[in-house]
Design a protein around this ligand. Structure first.
Ligand code: MRU
Length: 346
């Protein structure tokens, strides 16, 4: 599997080749590929790599399935906060499990189809999210976004950025404030790159400038992606999202979350139960080869935070819009068939 190395963007367009599921899990850990839907799709293809290897070993169905489960455990553990890898891997394991009376080669073919379907459905879902969400973006709006929830973070098109692309495609004149998103600068490196390529007017700001521009009345709405949306509407997303949501509330600015249904985890009752990935201290001590903090200082580096549902104006999904109370609207959308006409649940 050939992955665009997002660590090198925007300076260099390089690719990393993963030949095994272990190499793919490492690439997810190292953030060669990142963004919840994108790591879900990558994990699915990673399980296909494992299936190819196992199918070549002449195993019978039972050890083949056991090998798949072990490979899935490694891929699942690569990054714990986003639910999408677990969702994708469970879907593949279920498909293989239904074919336990068939040969590993037949199971492999089914897994290849399933992984490709997950990929294609994500792109289609992003377009639905874009179409629904664009209606929330007024002509002339200035929109603030955090991290990267664009084409790079998904199968293509993007969730939060997909909404902005769709609004622009409808002829709306929009401007985007891009939070740089410390420590790994997904906003400055990736979102800014996508917006510049698309010709969408954008202003890059450091994370601590958001409140300033809100107070000046320069931000009309905030839109972000999500790594896991819990049953009560709590949203886990890139560290810094929570602070933005509180600021938006303080200034009376709508705060929208855009995510595919694969990011909704109705089995997790609230954000208190989300595992927050803690990453290496080096990411905070400096960037790349540059170190600016003194040796010996203690560092905390949670990669995500949880925004309580009460700060979320609406959640835009490919199954429709969810409004508070989310304990009612999310189950209502869950009952809607995947990719049926998106509905509105209040
Ligand atoms: O650590 P990252 O870059 O994987 O974090 C990504 C985010 O937090 C995104 O906002 C989220 O995954 C949604 S991407 C459509």
């Amino acid at each position: 599997m050939r992955l665009l190395d997002q660590r090198a963007l925007p300076q260099r367009e390089e690719y990393v080749l993963c030949r095994t599921h272990g190499e793919l899990a490492q690439a997810i850990r190292d953030m060669v590929v990142r963004g919840a839907p994108a790591i879900g799709i990558a994990a699915a293809y990673g399980l296909v790599l494992a299936a190819r290897q196992l199918a070549g070993e002449g195993l019978s169905a039972a050890p083949f399935l056991e090998g798949l489960r072990q490979a899935a455990a490694g891929l699942r553990a690569a990054r714990p906060t986003a639910v999408n890898p677990a969702w994708a891997l469970d879907r593949l394991l279920a498909r293989a499990g239904c074919l336990a009376d068939r040969s590993p080669r037949e199971m492999l073919a089914a897994l290849e189809d399933e992984a490709a379907a997950i990929h294609e459905e994500d792109v289609a879902g992003n377009e639905l999210i874009g179409a629904l969400g664009a209606a929330l973006v007024p002509d002339g709006a200035s929109v603030l976004t955090h991290c990267n929830a664009g084409a790079l973070a998904t199968g293509g098109f993007g969730t939060a950025l997909g909404v902005l692309r769709a609004a622009r495609d409808q002829g709306k004149r929009i401007h985007v404030f891009v939070d740089e998103t410390r420590p790994l600068l997904q906003g400055a490196r990736l979102t800014a790159w996508e917006l510049v390529r698309e010709g969408i007017p954008a202003t890059l700001i450091t994370d601590n400038m958001a409140g300033h521009f809100m107070r000046l009345g320069r931000v009309d709405l905030v839109i972000v992606g999500a790594d896991r949306i819990c049953a009560n509407g709590d949203v886990a997303n890139k560290i810094g999202t929570y602070g933005l949501a509180v600021l938006a509330r303080a200034h009376g600015i709508p705060f929208y979350v855009a995510a595919p249904w694969s990011t909704v985890d109705l089995l997790l009752s609230s954000g208190d139960r989300v595992v927050i990935e803690e990453r290496a201290a080096e990411e905070v001590l400096g960037y790349g080869d540059i170190r600016w903090a003194p040796a010996g200082v203690r560092v905390a580096n949670p990669a995500f935070d949880v925004t309580p549902a009460r700060y979320v104006t609406a959640i835009i999904t490919d199954r429709g819009m969810a409004y508070p109370p989310y304990t009612e609207s999310l189950p209502a959308l869950a009952a809607a068939a995947a990719h049926a006409e998106p509905t509105e649940a209040r």
